[in-house]
Design a protein around this ligand. Structure first.
Ligand SMILES: [Mg+2]
Length: 199
């Protein structure tokens, strides 16, 4: 339900918006498997499609990565400061397509690095890993979200088409397009988000 009595709601994605999934995974693969990938290898945002050993092996490796990753992984640069600033003007929630089973790990990382920032955590699941999932566009409309900040092109375009303001986060190999809708603004980093929303 929209909440006119409160501040406008900003929904913030986790992976590669506040949490450095690809950089930390690259480091993990280097350390544990002696395989050096770069961000440019992630033309698709899925290790199963990037890993030369095939999807089954990639899925196992990714599970081990998840188990090993914890609060030692620092947030993206400026994310904490920027969200602290934005929290004065906006109600900020987390909205991720991570599977519901990741809740303890996700919650732990968020509360460690972003205490008192997020008013809600929405784990929506995703097509490949989850028994159930919900599109971000649908949940943004339902919650009356003012703006979604996300690095995923599909979520960005769908949510924009549902009438929600969208900031496409990052200039990443996996979110390039020649056809970014005019209403979707790409920013390179959290300084860019601040300029868009607080400037
Ligand atoms: Mg993401």
């Amino acid at each position: 339900m929209p909440n006119p009595a409160n501040k406008p709601i900003i929904a913030v994605d986790i992976d590669d918006v506040i949490y450095p999934l690809v950089p930390s995974l690259i480091e993990y693969l280097d350390t544990e498997h002696k395989v050096r990938l770069t961000e440019e290898d992630f033309l698709e945002y899925d290790l199963r499609k990037v890993w030369s050993g095939g999807p089954v092996e990639a899925a196992k490796i990714f599970e081990h990565y998840k188990e090993s990753s914890g609060v030692q992984i620092a947030p993206l640069e400026d994310a904490q400061k920027a969200l602290h600033t934005l929290s004065k003007k906006y109600d900020i929630i987390v909205m991720t397509s991570r599977d519901i089973s990741t809740f303890p790990r996700t919650h732990n990382w968020i509360t460690h690095h972003f205490p008192d920032i997020f008013k809600d955590v929405q784990l929506l699941g995703n097509r490949s890993d989850s028994q159930t999932f919900r599109p971000k566009a649908e949940v943004c409309v339902e919650l009356g979200v003012y703006c979604l900040i996300d690095d995923n092109l599909k979520h960005a375009v769908e949510t924009y088409q549902a009438g929600i303001r969208v900031i496409l986060f990052g200039d990443y190999p996996w979110n390039q397009t020649n056809e970014l809708p005019k209403g979707v603004t790409r920013v390179k980093d959290w300084q860019g988000v601040l300029k868009e929303l607080d400037g």
